[in-house]
Every structure is written in structure tokens, then in C-alpha cells.
Design a protein around this ligand. Structure first.
Ligand code: ADP
Ligand code: MG
Length: 907
């Protein structure tokens, strides 16, 4: 839109008419020719004669405030304005008093009937000959303009005898002196000051109604515009009239001048005067009230930005109609030169129809003849309609026109009784809302696609990383195993060789003399030293192997998502394990053999102690007899014996040694069993042979912490298998492990116990039982030791448990809140969720995520401070998968989101 010019409906811009008219201060009307107004002194009608004071309902012209209801009755406000005497009257009426006397302070007008009698009338506003144009605008029109800006229809009309100042009041442009500006110019100034040029629009039509034909003053060729009434809303519109959008005051003034010029030309052509036609200016104000009125319309005040942006724009439409009516004098009085009586009647048909309508409305009559004339059809919604209406009646002071003045006053009095129904015109702009939603949807789809792509890439990256990590761990494991195996093999071979030699020597010596006993005892002591060296070497190796195992187990755990990859690698591992199995079998066999030799030496020592060869081997003789061929027989037999030793001696036998009286024997036996249990291939055999039960018994019966530690380690290894887990629980393992933990002083013992329970925690079927037996409490009891290795196992147990619970909840098999929370694990979880030791931290972060996935836990997590850990994990965790899990968990929990909102935290 070009600014500064008037834009027309057809889109072309016309040149301003500046300079085409000559008057310095034009008005929107033709000249008044007072001489033509015939003087007719008709006696005043009896109206009001007796009462003297005509009362109408009180209230000033601007007093009625529109409520925002759909329909509020508003009475037509009526002001009376007296024109000052003009030059002619000053001379002609010099000796006479004015026919009216105004009492503006009482809003009264006294009409002199004769020298001694007056009638008094009350109006909403009484404007004397000294009233300024500004004041007239403010009391007559400003309230109407304000309600148009609020979305109501409004009408301002001037009624009165020709020459009394209707056009002066409404249409003066005030080009010479701005104080002279009339209602139309001031109204547009107020409207333009209040609307926003971006979101609102103001457009005008300007028309003349003459002899029941409606002419477009903005397009003179258009001289028979039809009136269209909406049967439903009762709205009146003129689709044929030119509608010009106004963007500034200057273009509006130019438009008024253009209309005025056309009116002059039309009246010249019709040989009439403007006093006989009605001029109508229509201003359409369309405003979008979104934002401006929002606070007002949303009562609870908590509508979000989203809701705001989705609210359709509300469009309020107001229409201001300013009507400069034809002179109210009777046609025969103003003269009808050049017109027949019929024409004369037609000229004022509209005005008399307006009078009839007002009478009918004032008397509350059932039938209001609005259809009788075009004017009444046009003003249908101004009187008794849905508009706010102000009427200014103009009168002159001259007693010569008392009759006209009286009838004007009576018209005003009747109009004061007319009640209107205000109606707010609002409608929703659903089209632009739909457009907005479309754009928003597109954005969301784009965002979603982008995120999905990033997610897929991330998965791929994690899978590759994991593969690399696993193969590296595999390599390390294999290397370490190989190294250990070679070392063992070598050491054992040497030890065996030495023992054999010693054995042979002992045999020999024993057969000879008692006095060699002392030296034999020394040798036995030496042998024992050797044996303990071997044992400590093996212990170190065991620990190394265990470390590697737990590393591998951790990697396996964190890689649940890359299951297929892991399966592949596991298969490779199994192949590898199978290859190692033979070697390990040999190691075990050697271990067993060593054990036996130690027993034998033991026995030998005892026999020597007792002073004779006798029954040396006691309860172990069958065992030894099976070992003996190694020593005594040929080399071939020896090899076969070693290979079959494990089977021959029997696991059963080794296990029976767990109950041996001698503490050293028990320690060695439990170590052998622990070593065997470290191998998956042996585990089933051990359990079937009752090894697990024996180990558990040993935990209960032994007081030796080393036995506790090794036995717990063996149980932890066996507890990796699901069947064994059930067995451990059914045999009271949790209670035994708890007691062991309670008495332990060595953190490594606690680590083994915690590791065993942590493995049990990962069994979906055993959750409730494990908890009932005190498993969670036992885990939590171990944290006071503070050793990071122990804490890591506790954390792993909690994470395992939380994961199983989360799975069970998702499948619907668990409903209540977490047993971990029930057992008081939450404070420790919250305290260690950001532990410096990364395995502890990782396990707990996972546990927090699992707990958070279930709304039943949300309240406890909020009060326990876990929500903040979840928020931290979702933002700071260095592992992206956990970070994403935490974020997803947070955003899908209504309770967490509500809490964050309640704390006004934008997440
Ligand atoms: P109408 O439109 O009712 O026929 P006009 O507005 O043309 O009357 O006024 C007739 C004459 O009286 C004009 O010359 C106008 O300037 C003058 N006039 C009307 N009202 C006033 C007023 N309040 N003060 C001064 N002059 C006025
Ligand atoms: Mg006029």
C-alpha cells in the first residue's frame, strides 16, 4: 500500500484533488440559502405545554459505557446545539429576544411560547452558541468513536432546519483554523491514532441519498447503489459502493474534498441543493485484537506461549456512520423550485420516514416502518438497532423560525426515548490459524527427521566403538591367559620334578633310619615353603584373571543394545574357550596333583612324627594310591595317570576335602574348587557334585577369612549362571553371604560377597525373594567399608536390580514402587550418582534412569533429590546413550515435567 494516498478498491490510485476546489475552508455541504427558508409561524403544538418540563432518562451524551456483552441496551443520546445569530438575524431580529434560552448547567432548554410562557426540555447535552467545536466533538461523537474502535457499530447524525449548522458541526475541515475542525475530521484523527497500520484497517465510503436514490460520491457514475441487508445478522451493507482504505489523515481530507466536489457537480446536474439531500460517510474499522486483548480475555492467566500462538486472531469490526441529514424544514417552506409536488414529497420521503420510525420506536410500537425509505433502511441498525447512536439537533435563535425550532426539539425529545441494543462484532480468523499450524507442523517434521538421522549415526558409532573395545579386551584376555598358562606349566613341572625327587629320597631314607627324621622334617618344611610360594603366585594370577573377567562382564553389560554384535563375539570367545579348555584341564589336574602331594607330605610328616611307617596314608590312601603309579611305575603309565587324574580322583573327592579337619587342606581345597569354578566348563560339574552347597556350608562353618574370601569368590563365579542363582537363594545363600559380609575385615572379601549378590540381582525371577532374604540390605550394609572395589560391586548390584524391576514394570508384572526405594537405597544412590570413580558412577546413573522410568517412583525420587541427578545425567553424563536415556525418561514423565514447571525451570 502506498502511504499518503487514498487507495481505491480497484487498486488504482487517483490523483489528489488538491487545487481543484477553490474554497479556503470547505464544508461537506452546499451553501445554505437562508432567504429561501420560508418564514412560517405556526402555533406550537400542545406537546409539552402543560408539563413545562420534558423529562427523559438522565445521563450525559458520553455517559453510557458499553459492556463487552453481546447485547447491551443503550439509549440514543441527544444533544442540542444553538447556532449564534448571523449577520442578517442580528439586524432583522435586533428588537426580539431569541426564541430559546439555554441552561447548559442544568442541561435544559427553555422554549419561549410567547412573552410570558416557556416550555422547558431536558437533553443529554445542551450546547450554547459559544460551545467550541472541540467540546461538541467530545460530548457528541467521541464516545461513539471509542465504541467503534471497540468493535461496535456507531452512528452520529445531525438533524435540524437548513442553516442551523448541521454541516458546520459535522463536516467542517478546519483547513484555515484547526479549532474549526468538525466531527468527521476529528473522528478520523482519533481512529487513525488508535489503530495499528500493520494489523488493522480503516476504509471509507461516502454517499449521497437524494430522492430515494443512493449515489456514490467517490465514483459519480455509480448513482444507484443498492442496499443489502443480511437477514440473519440484520447488518446493512452496500456492496456496490466504492470502499477506500485510509492510511493517513491527509489522504482522508483529500478524499472528503473529492466527494464534496462530486456532490456539488451532481446537485448542479440535478438542479437541487445539498440541503435537500442526505450525506452519509461510512468508516469501517477492522482490528485484530490478538495480543492486545489477550490478558483480558484469558482469565486464569496461565495460558502458555504455545497456546497464545495457536489462538486464532480475533477480528473486531466496527462501523461508524456519520449522517448529515437533509434540512428538516417542510418542503413547502423551503421552497421547491423546479419540482412538482410529487418530487417534493419524494425529496423528503426519507426524512419523514425517519420521523415516523422514531415515533414508533419512542412509543414502543410493535411495527416500525423501516422499509418505507432508503434512509430508514440504511439506518435500520442505528435507531432501535444494534448501534451506539448520538444525535445532535441544531437550532437557530431566530423567533421567526420558532415553528421549525419547536419541531426539531420535539424530534430530539422523541429520539431520546429510543433504546438501542449494542452488539460487539467479533469473528475468528481461522484461516491464518490453519496456516500457522501448517508451518509449525512442517518445522516439527523437519526437526524429527534431522534428529532421527543423528540418532542412527550415533548408534552406528557406538556399535563400532564397542566392537573395537571387545576385540581389544579379548586380545588382552587371551594374551594374559596364555602367559599365565605357560608360567604355571613351567612352575608346576619344576615343582613336581622336585617333589618327585624328594619323595624318592624320602622313601629311601625312611626305609633306612630313624635318625634321618630330622632332615626329612626340614625337607618337608622346605616343601611347604615352596608350596606356599606357588600358592601366592597362583593367587596373583587368579586375581588377574578375575579382574579381566569383571572387565569383560562390564563390557558385556554395557553392550546390551549391541546384542547381535556381542553374540558374534561370544561365539568367537566360546571357540577360544574351547581351545583353552584342554590346557586348563591340564592345569587343574596339576593343581589337584599338587594338592595330593601336599597331603601325602603331610601324612608322611605325621607318620614320622608318630615314629613308624605303619598306615601312613590314613583316609587319603586310596587317593594317594592312584597318584602313586606316577612315582613308581614307568613313564608311559605316568602320563596316562596325569591325564586321567581329574576324572580318576573325582571332583567328589576334592569337594570332600573342603570339610577336611586340617585348615591348610581346607584352604587349598577351596582354592582348587575356586579355580575350577572360574571356568564356565567346570561350573555345572561342580554344582552337580554338590560343590555349591559345600561352598555355602563352608561360608557358614569356617572362621577363616581367607576361606571366606575364596569361597565367596567361587560362589560369585557360580552365581553368573541362572540355575545356580536359584540354588544359591534356595540354600539360604543370601543369609550366609550377609553374615560373611558382616564379619569380614578384608575389603576383597566384601568385594567377592558384593559381586556374588550383584550377580543375583540381575535375575528377573528372583527379585522378590532376593529382597525378602535381605539381599538389598546386605548390599547397602557393605558400603560403609568405603573401598571403591566394593562400592563398584554394590552399584552394579543396584543397577542390575533396577534394570530387572524396570523390565518387570514395563511388562506389567510389577506395580508398586521400587523395592530399592522401599529398602532405603535412594539416599545412597543420590549421594553416589556423581561418584568420582567412573564404574560406580556409571552403574548408579543407569540405576537412576531405570528407577525414573516408572511414575510410581517419581514422587520419592523428587523428594529424595534424585530428580536433580537425573537432570544432571541428561545434561552432563559423558556417555551419550545414558544421557539420551535420562533425557527421554525425564521428558516422558508427567510428574517430573510438572515438578520442573512448578519450579519454573525451563527444561
Ligand atoms: P446546515 O448544514 O444545517 O444547513 P450550515 O452548517 O451550512 O447549516 O450553517 C449555516 C451557516 O451558519 C454557515 O455559514 C455556518 O458557517 C454558520 N454556522 C452554523 N453553525 C455555526 C456556529 N456554531 N458558529 C458559527 N457559525 C455557524
Ligand atoms: Mg448542510
Amino acid at each position: 500500500m502506498a502511504s499518503g494516498g487514498a487507495n481505491y478498491r480497484n487498486g488504482t490510485q487517483r490523483n489528489s484533488l488538491k487545487g481543484t476546489t477553490t474554497a479556503t475552508d470547505r464544508q461537506l455541504s452546499m451553501n445554505l440559502n437562508p432567504s429561501k427558508a420560508a418564514l412560517k409561524n405556526k402555533s406550537l403544538s400542545s406537546v409539552g405545554a402543560s408539563s413545562g418540563l420534558r423529562k427523559s432518562s438522565p445521563g450525559s451524551l458520553g455517559g453510557g459505557t458499553a459492556k463487552d456483552d453481546a447485547g447491551v441496551p443503550g439509549r440514543v443520546r441527544v444533544a442540542v446545539r444553538l447556532r449564534p445569530r448571523n449577520a442578517e438575524e442580528s439586524v432583522a431580529d435586533a428588537d426580539f429576544a431569541d426564541c430559546v434560552e439555554l441552561q447548559p448547567e442544568f442541561k435544559r432548554l427553555k422554549l419561549r411560547k410567547n412573552n410570558w410562557d416557556t416550555d422547558t426540555y431536558e437533553f443529554d447535552e445542551v450546547l450554547t452558541e459559544f460551545a467550541s467545536q472541540k467540546r461538541v466533538y467530545e460530548v457528541v461523537a467521541k464516545p461513539v468513536v471509542e465504541s467503534v474502535l471497540d468493535g461496535y457499530n456507531g452512528t452520529v447524525m445531525a438533524y435540524g432546519q437548513t442553516g442551523t449548522g448541521k454541516t458546520y458541526t459535522l463536516g467542517r475541515l478546519g483547513e484555515e483554523d484547526t479549532a474549526d475542525r468538525g466531527i468527521i475530521v476529528r473522528a478520523m484523527e482519533d481512529i487513525l491514532a488508535d489503530v495499528s497500520l500493520e494489523s488493522d484497517s480503516v476504509s471509507v465510503s461516502y454517499l449521497q441519498l437524494y430522492m430515494e436514490s443512493l449515489q456514490d460520491l467517490l465514483d459519480p457514475t455509480n448513482d444507484n447503489i443498492s442496499i443489502v441487508e443480511d437477514p440473519k445478522s440484520g447488518d446493512v451493507s452496500l456492496p456496490g459502493a466504492t470502499l477506500v482504505e485510509i492510511r493517513d489523515q491527509q489522504s482522508f481530507l483529500e478524499l472528503l474534498q473529492l466527494g464534496e466536489a462530486h456532490r456539488y457537480a451532481a446537485n448542479t446536474r440535478l438542479n437541487t441543493e445539498s440541503s435537500r439531500s442526505h450525506a452519509l460517510l461510512m468508516v469501517h474499522v477492522k482490528r485484530s485484537v490478538k495480543g492486545r486483548e489477550l490478558a483480558h480475555s484469558s482469565q486464569n492467566g496461565n495460558s502458555t506461549n504455545m497456546a497464545k500462538s495457536l489462538r486464532p486472531t480475533l477480528v473486531r469490526k466496527g462501523k461508524l456512520v456519520v449522517v448529515d441529514l437533509a434540512g428538516s424544514e417542510r418542503i413547502d417552506k423551503s421552497g421547491s423550485e423546479g419540482h412538482t409536488l410529487e418530487e417534493a414529497k419524494s425529496i423528503n420521503l426519507s426524512l419523514s420516514a425517519l420521523g415516523k420510525c422514531i415515533n414508533a420506536l419512542a412509543e414502543n410500537s410493535a411495527h416500525v416502518p423501516v422499509r418505507d425509505s432508503k434512509l430508514t433502511r440504511l439506518l435500520r441498525d442505528s435507531f432501535g438497532g444494534t448501534a451506539r447512536t448520538s444525535l445532535v439537533i441544531t437550532i437557530g435563535p431566530s423567533p421567526r423560525h420558532r415553528g421549525e425550532t419547536t419541531s426539531t426539539i420535539m424530534f430530539g425529545q422523541r429520539a431520546m426515548k429510543v433504546e438501542n441494543m449494542l452488539k460487539l462484532k467479533e469473528e475468528f480468523d481461522y484461516k491464518s490459524l490453519a496456516r500457522k499450524l501448517d508451518i509449525q507442523l512442517d518445522k516439527l517434521i523437519m526437526e524429527h527427521e534431522r534428529k532421527q538421522k543423528a540418532f542412527e549415526e550415533e548408534i552406528e558409532r557406538i556399535t563400532t566403538d564397542t566392537q573395537n573395545q571387545i576385540s581389544e579386551a579379548e586380545r588382552n584376555y587371551a594374551d594374559a591367559m596364555e602367559k599365565e598358562r605357560l608360567k604355571y606349566q613351567k612352575d608346576y613341572m619344576e615343582s613336581i620334578k622336585k617333589l618327585e625327587e624328594k619323595w624318592m629320597m624320602n622313601q629311601h631314607k625312611l626305609g633306612e633310619r630313624k635318625d634321618q627324621m630330622a632332615s626329612t622334617a626340614e625337607e618337608v618344611a622346605e616343601l611347604q615353603k615352596l608350596l606356599s610360594k606357588e600358592t601366592s603366585l597362583r593367587k596373583a594370577a587368579e586375581e588377574e584373571v578375575n579382574n579381566l573377567k569383571s572387565q569383560l562382564a562390564q563390557l558385556k553389560m554395557s553392550e546390551a543394545s549391541a546384542n547381535s554384535e556381542i553374540l558374534k563375539l561370544q561365539k568367537m570367545l566360546e571357540d577360544e574357550a574351547y581351545r583353552k579348555e584342554k590346557l586348563e584341564g591340564e592345569i587343574s589336574m596339576l593343581q589337584t596333583q599338587l594338592l595330593q602331594l601336599s597331603f601325602e607330605a603331610d601324612e608322611t610328616r605325621r607318620r614320622l612324627d608318630r615314629g613308624g611307617p605303619g598306615k601312613v596314608l590314613g583316609g587319603l590312601d586310596s587317593l594317594i594310591s592312584q597318584v602313586r603309579p606316577q612315582v613308581n611305575d614307568s613313564v608311559n603309565e605316568e602320563k596316562a595317570s596325569i591325564a586321567n587324574l581329574f576324572e580318576q580322583v573325582g571332583l567328589q573327592k576334592i569337594l570332600s576335602l573342603l570339610e577336611a579337619e586340617d585348615a591348610d587342606v581346607r584352604i587349598h581345597a577351596v582354592k582348587v574348587v575356586a579355580n575350577l569354578a572360574a571356568e564356565e566348563s567346570n561350573q555345572q560339574k561342580i554344582v552337580e557334585a554338590g560343590g555349591l552347597t559345600s561352598l555355602l556350608l563352608l561360608l557358614g562353618s569356617s572362621e577363616d577369612e581367607m576361606i571366606h574370601r575364596v569361597a565367596a569368590g567361587a560362589i560369585a563365579n557360580l552365581a553368573m549362571n541362572e540355575t545356580n542363582q536359584e540354588l544359591i537363594l534356595s540354600e539360604g545363600g543370601i543369609r550366609l553371604l550377609s553374615i560373611t559380609a558382616a564379619n569380614a575385615e578384608d575389603p576383597q572379601t566384601l568385594r567377592m560377597v558384593a559381586g556374588a549378590i550383584a550377580n543375583l540381582c540381575g535375575n528377573d525371577k528372583l527379585q522378590n525373594k532376593l529382597r525378602d532374604e535381605g539381599g538389598i540390605k546386605a548390599l547397602l550394609g557393605m558400603v560403609k567399608c568405603g573401598h571403591p572395589d566394593v562400592l563398584a560391586q554394590v552399584a552394579r548390584g543396584i543397577a542390575n536390580f533396577a534394570k530387572c524391576e524396570s523390565r518387570a514394570s514395563a511388562q506389567g508384572s510389577k506395580t508398586g514402587r521400587s523395592l530399592l526405594i522401599e529398602d532405603g537405597a535412594l539416599p545412597w544412590i543420590v549421594q553416589n550418582a556423581n561418584n568420582d570413580v567412573s564404574p560406580i558412577r556409571r552403574h548408579i546413573e543407569l540405576a537412576v534412569c531405570h528407577l525414573a522410568q516408572h511414575e510410581v517412583n517419581a514422587r520419592d525420587m523428587i523428594t529424595g533429590g534424585a530428580l536433580w541427578e537425573l537432570v544432571r545425567i541428561s545434561q552432563d553424563c559423558s556417555r551419550e546413550d545414558i544421557r539420551t536415556l535420562a533425557h527421554r525418561t525425564l521428558t516422558s514423565s508427567p510428574t517430573f515435567l510438572a515438578e520442573l514447571r512448578r519450579l519454573r525451570i525451563d527444561y
